[in-house]
Write a protein that binds this ligand. Structure first.
Ligand SMILES: Nc1ncnc2c1ncn2[C@@H]1O[C@H](COP(=O)(O)OP(=O)(O)OP(=O)(O)O)[C@@H](O)[C@H]1O
Length: 318
């Protein structure tokens, strides 16, 4: 049995002449919530459709829990829960009816067993009280939770959720995060996409960043931040007395650039890790400067992604 829930090797998806996914390789361990993030058009949905057995790639190898996704499709589908972006729910069914219908299609035991499983899944997403409500009466967050309950019915080992948090308010996002994290603690692997990096940073133990079909960075949120070259911090150092000497002293320091001298303060950009920043401050104090405060401002996750997207070439209109 493979240690990995998902293994992707050299995946490529073409739409005609357009390359949507280009040489993507990934390994996702079991029992984790992993985020896939990238600007619009990065290739997230195309990747998910291949992983979810809904689309054949141009080439590449994909396996789920050691099964070949392209060859052993029926077995893979039993292990898999896929929640597409904005999945529709029928307006003319009640929640319980909707879930029982799907429990039926999964052939989940006899009527009583199916009913019990529906109840478990409703409880899991905190919708028990709505069992007899009409699907059309649900809010956006409740609809997402209902679709999640449906995705959970057959106890999938790997869940692939396309933008599940989009349009949710902070409370619904928190509930979603808690549900996904508790599934992961039970050994389920959850792969979740978003184009909002901060949303994934709080939900996932690791993040994969895609851009223009390619893998750009992967790891913890902090690792991704430094892999994308966003170690840059905007610093403001306030000191007692004049700032001229401090300005000259900082100019000669590694990682320091864009110095600006102000009344009682020097502003500069610093590129380096936390240890290097601590060292800079310690050296500064040791050199005799009366440092009052040091403020840092780092690029937010959203700014990092905007920088990535801005670096993309925009095709010229014909
Ligand atoms: N059926 C298709 N035919 C042609 N091009 C397509 C098709 N589906 C997707 N694309 C293109 O492939 C690229 C990747 O699309 P995909 O939906 O996989 O990206 P995404 O990262 O999920 O983007 P979004 O966040 O906008 O959903 C986009 O440029 C898109 O226009």
């Amino acid at each position: 049995m493979s240690d990995y829930a998902l293994e992707v090797h050299d995946l490529r998806v073409d739409y005609g002449d357009f390359v949507a996914v280009d040489g993507l390789s990934l390994k996702i361990p079991r029992g984790k919530v992993v985020g896939l993030v990238g600007p619009n058009g990065a290739g997230k949905t195309s990747t998910f459709k291949v992983l979810a057995t809904l689309m054949e790639p141009t080439y590449g190898e994909v396996s789920m829990c050691g099964l070949d996704v392209l060859e052993e499709t029926a077995k893979v589908r039993k292990l898999l829960g896929y929640m597409p972006d904005l999945a529709p729910v029928p307006s003319d069914l009640k929640l319980g009816e909707f879930l029982e219908f799907h429990a039926d299609t999964h052939a989940l035991g006899n009527k009583a067993q199916r009913r019990a499983r529906v109840d478990e899944c409703l409880a899991r997403v905190n919708l028990t009280a709505k069992r007899n409500a009409w699907c059309r009466k649900l809010s956006r967050g409740q609809t997402q939770r209902l679709v999640l309950a449906k995705t959970l019915l057959h106890e999938p080992q790997v869940m692939i959720l396309d933008e599940p948090a989009s349009g949710l308010d902070p409370l619904s996002r928190r509930e979603l995060r808690l549900t996904l994290q508790s599934l992961a603690r039970e050994g389920v692997t959850v792969l979740v996409s978003s184009h909002i990096l901060s949303e994934l940073a709080e939900m996932c133990s690791s993040i994969i960043v895609m851009n223009q079909g390619k893998l750009l960075a992967s790891g913890t949120a902090e690792e991704v931040r430094s892999e994308l070259g966003s170690d840059r911090r905007e610093m403001t150092m306030k000191v007692l007395g004049t700032t001229g000497e401090l300005f000259s002293w900082l100019t000669a320091r590694e990682g320091v650039s864009e110095l600006v001298q102000e009344e009682g303060a020097v502003k500069f950009d610093f590129v380096g890790d936390d240890e290097a920043q601590v060292q800079l401050l310690a050296d500064c104090v040791r050199a005799g400067f009366a440092v009052k405060t040091l403020e840092e401002k780092r690029a937010s996750f959203e700014e990092i992604l905007v920088e990535v997207a801005e670096g993309n070439e925009t095709p010229l209109e014909e």
